[in-house]
Design a protein around this ligand. Structure first.
Ligand SMILES: [Zn+2]
Length: 894
């Protein structure tokens, strides 16, 4: 359901006189139970519809017309159930201690058909030292409300026979050739249908890339899937436009069909447009789709249940999803959006707020994967008037409370089946408002694989796996949602205080605070006993991670950058440490020189290092791999007995054993300091990390190692390009469940594309472009057009076609060539034979009879290119693409 609480809005205020409350503090004061009795009486009156008795609970100072206005907003016909929950209580200024409070209360009111939440501010007083039943309401104000929660039901009195019924949404037609139909209704009208019978789902995605994915999924540009049942949700306003109602004929209700329809609603209904109200209501409450929004759960015979949805709140508003296999088949902007802004978008445009700073405390039990946490977020609203915001937090972490110093204890709701929490405020928030939230939570966490580069276990044969079990480690990172965070990641600073059991230590995003730094009051107030390890991320990060294991410090050093290079420590030097599982200590020690050399090399290329420290965490694992949050590089080190069967992987470079280390450290610059603005742009992070690793291979091991990597880049790019364009990002290989496709294209092909870009614009312009791009995008989320702009500026060369073909296209150029030599000239002719026109720099190597060789780069940027060069001695042979730097298929012309 995403962020779609379009139904949230502030309701009218009814304010009685001026009542000033002090700033609410965190915890409620000790309960004088007279107030609870008063709220119970309000609840009883609401539940029994006795609005006329409400004035008996209010003070005589509360003007009668205001009482009536307030009550009329709450008492409405048909309330079946009312719940009044006190959220917060602070002393009223001007009242004698213990005799006056401002209460924040949630009123949950439900009728047979719908429900609403109202957040109410109540001032209550009693005469000095009065009896428990002498509390009266002196002022009341309905601050915000959530309306539009509906019950859904199958209309049990109507069944239809359908013949060639069609239901349409963009790029989708459901046709029920023959069958039965039931309507799903709410108080606001028809909001769904249930279809049984013989039908066909036709889905024809608009964008070419999505048609390519459809060919992978279904073998054809258009999916045509027979189905026998479907559940549809739509806005009541769209019913007649989307459904060919003339193809429905009333039929007698068949009780068995009706029961099936009801079961289907119970099973499939709550998966979308549904809120989880936990302690407030056990019923399933639904939102109505907004006009234009649409959802269909279609039980196809061949592909299982496929979910089509069109959701206006999403940047890419059309999706086709396979819930069982958790696979996204299609995801793209609707035609109207493509016309408006093309295929690219910046996910930040959807962000409701910026997080400025986090204070994350966590007590982590790695053996039970249990976490108890408390996080303070300082955030700034981007738009005026919102009265709610959404936090991302793992579904299994139970929120114990959300408190704001300005608004007291806050109501929070969970969206069903999603890792998100909606926080409701008792007032509309002004734009640019700075809000502090303190969120307490606890529960099981789901650690993630060190999976940036790791293999799926299924790719290794079981008999090759472990004899010695690896030392367990627990990594909580981007996918674990282990602390409440912005659903759309943004850059923020943080302090992390992590407590782990005896015998364990952790490595986390941020510079470890040294023992010499003073313990602060905050440290003493952490949920643990003050023995927390503290990490300071003073430079902004997109996300924070922690890895817990039995670590020992294997090595440490301080890396001082060369003069003139940007140094985040101001000359003190970057603290580098290697923490390793005890069995890996020796290997950890041996790595320190490589780590230092890699960091110096990258700082030299970019002109600076982004973060003030780096800890390499060496953990044991079955398979190689790595993961690189800011300030940290986690490196899987396979235990000795694990023999690997992954030689044939895009990320396996036997001639370059430092590969993973080099790739992961490069992520400090690419991926962390410079982020990417949505999944289409992940190649910027992986491509640069991979290319920097290749440059380091040349630096440390020579040209041979570099060319070996280029050869592998080219091989994988040619082999896998038909799986989709680089811009498909994490969706590459996703449909077939083959992560190596992602590595082949988003790592290797991207790196090769950067190398071709370099050969096209020349070394000087290339490295100037890298620095310009890095400088402009540091602590931001970048896109391909930002990269293009940087290189166009420094090179003065238009690069639109280059990026269109290599990043957004999935073809591999076919180059037909012929060469001749003699008479003091070498002549080469290229012809682009693949249809699309590419920019491909190609190395032409001249082998002379005396054994010397000469490499020349020919920019093939036209349909036909004739190139010649004068030679001063006998030529033996001419070779094309000997260095594998061009991603192309070469054919010698006949
Ligand atoms: Zn990577």
């Amino acid at each position: 359901m995403g962020r779609g609480l379009a139904v949230l809005f502030a309701s009218a205020l009814v304010c009685a006189g001026s009542s000033s409350a002090q700033t609410p503090a965190g915890a409620p004061a000790p309960a004088p139970d007279g107030i609870e009795m008063l709220l119970d009486r309000v609840e009883t009156l609401l539940q029994t519809g006795r609005a006329a008795d409400f004035p008996s609970l209010v003070s005589t100072n509360f003007p009668a017309e205001d009482v009536e206005a307030f009550a009329s907003g709450l008492f409405f016909p048909g309330i079946r159930r009312a719940l009044v929950v006190e959220r917060d209580r602070v002393p009223l200024t001007g009242a004698l201690p213990g005799d006056g409070y401002r209460i924040v209360a949630e009123f949950f009111l439900e009728t047979a058909e719908r429900a609403r939440f109202v957040t109410v501010l109540l001032d209550v007083r009693r005469p000095a030292g009065g009896a428990p039943d002498s509390w009266r309401i002196t002022a009341a104000q309905a601050a915000t409300s959530i309306d539009g929660l509906f019950r859904l039901r199958v209309n049990a009195s109507r069944q239809f026979t359908a013949r060639n019924l069609t239901i349409t949404a963009e790029d989708l037609v459901l046709t029920l050739a023959e069958g039965s139909v039931f309507l799903v209704e709410s108080e606001s009208g028809i909001t769904g249908l249930i279809l049984f019978g013989s039908g066909v789902m036709r889905f024809a995605p608009g964008p070419a890339t999505e048609r390519g994915q459809m060919r992978i999924f279904a073998g054809s540009d258009t999916l045509a899937a027979p189905f026998d049942a479907a559940f549809v949700r739509l806005s009541p306003f769209d019913y007649e436009a989307r459904v060919s109602v003339a193809n429905l004929a009333p039929a007698p209700v068949n009780p068995r069909d009706l029961r099936r329809a009801q079961e289907l609603l119970t099973r499939d209904g709550p998966k979308s447009f549904s809120l989880d109200l936990r302690e407030l209501s056990n019923d399933v409450w639904y939102l109505l789709p907004s006009t234009g929004d649409f959802l269909a759960e279609v039980r196809t015979r061949r592909h299982g249940t496929l979910t089509y949805s069109r959701m206006g709140t999403q940047s890419e508003d059309i999706t086709l999803f396979d819930r069982e296999r958790r696979r996204t088949i299609s995801l793209y902007p609707s035609a109207q959006r493509r016309a408006l802004r093309g295929l690219s978008f910046n996910e930040d445009d959807q962000r409701d707020y910026d997080v400025i700073d986090y204070d994350i405390e966590a007590n982590i039990q790695p053996q039970t994967e249990f976490l108890e946490g408390r996080t303070r977020l300082r955030l700034r609203m981007r738009n005026a008037g919102a009265s709610s915001l959404t936090l991302r937090l793992a579904n299994d972490l139970v929120v114990r409370g959300i408190v704001s110093p300005d608004y007291g204890r806050l109501l929070h709701l969970r969206v069903r089946e999603q890792n998100s929490v909606i926080v409701n405020f008792p007032a509309g928030l002004p734009s640019d408002a700075d809000i502090t939230l303190l969120v307490s939570y606890a529960g099981r966490v789901t650690p993630q694989e060190v999976e940036d580069e790791s293999l799926q276990a299924g790719e290794a044969r079981p008999e090759d796996l472990l004899i010695i079990p690896p030392e367990p480690s627990l990594l909580l990172s981007t996918r674990s949602y282990w602390y409440p965070q912005n659903p759309i990641p943004d850059y923020a600073t943080a302090t992390l205080r992590i407590t782990v059991p005896d015998g364990f230590t952790c490595v986390a995003s941020g510079q470890p605070r040294s023992e010499h730094e003073a313990t602060t009051l905050r440290d003493l107030l952490t949920i643990a006993d003050g023995s927390a390890q503290v990490f300071l991320a003073r430079d902004p990060l997109r996300y924070f991670a922690v890895v817990v294991s039995r670590f020992v410090r294997a090595a440490e050093t301080t890396v001082k950058l060369a003069p003139g290079q940007g140094d985040p420590t101001g000359g003190a030097g970057i603290s580098v440490a290697i923490d390793a599982n005890p069995r890996q200590q020796g290997r950890g020690k041996a790595l320190i020189d490589d780590v230092e050399a890699i960091m110096r090399f990258y700082a030299g290329l970019v002109g600076e290092a982004p973060y003030s420290s780096l800890t390499v965490a060496l953990v044991e694992s079955q398979l190689p791999g790595g993961h690189s949050p800011g300030y940290v590089a986690v490196l899987n080190n396979p235990v000795p007995a694990a023999r690997l069967t992954w030689r044939n992987d895009p990320a396996s470079f036997p001639g370059f054993p430092e590969f993973f280390l080099a790739h992961e450290i490069a992520h400090q610059w690419w991926g962390q300091a410079v982020g990417w603005r949505n999944y289409h742009e992940q190649w910027l992070s992986e491509g640069f990390a991979q290319y920097f690793a290749a440059l380091y291979a040349r630096h440390a091991r020579g040209e041979r190692a570099f060319v070996d990597m280029l050869r592998q880049f080219r091989r994988w790019a040619v082999a896998e390009s038909e799986e989709g364009p680089i811009s498909l990002g994490s969706r590459l290989g996703h449909l077939r469940g083959q992560p190596r496709v992602f590595r082949a294209l988003v790592y290797n092909k991207s790196a090769a594309v950067l190398h071709m870009l370099r050969r096209l614009v020349g070394d000087e312009h290339f490295f100037a472009g890298v620095r310009r791009f890095y400088g402009a995008q540091k602590y931001r989320k970048a896109g391909t057009d930002d990269l293009r702009a940087a290189f166009e500026e420094v090179s003065g060369r238009p690069l639109e076609r280059f990026f269109d073909q290599w990043i957004y296209g999935d073809q591999v150029p076919r180059l037909r060539y012929s060469s001749s030599f003699g008479g003091g000239t070498v002549h080469v002719r290229f012809e682009q034979a693949g249809g699309a026109l590419f920019d491909v720099p190609v190395t032409v190597t001249i082998l002379y009879a005396d054994g010397r060789t000469q490499d020349e780069v020919v920019a093939v940027t036209e349909p036909r290119v004739e190139w010649s060069i004068a030679t001063d001695r006998p030529v033996k042979q001419v070779q094309i693409n000997r260095d594998y730097a061009a991603i192309a298929i070469f054919e010698r012309a006949p």
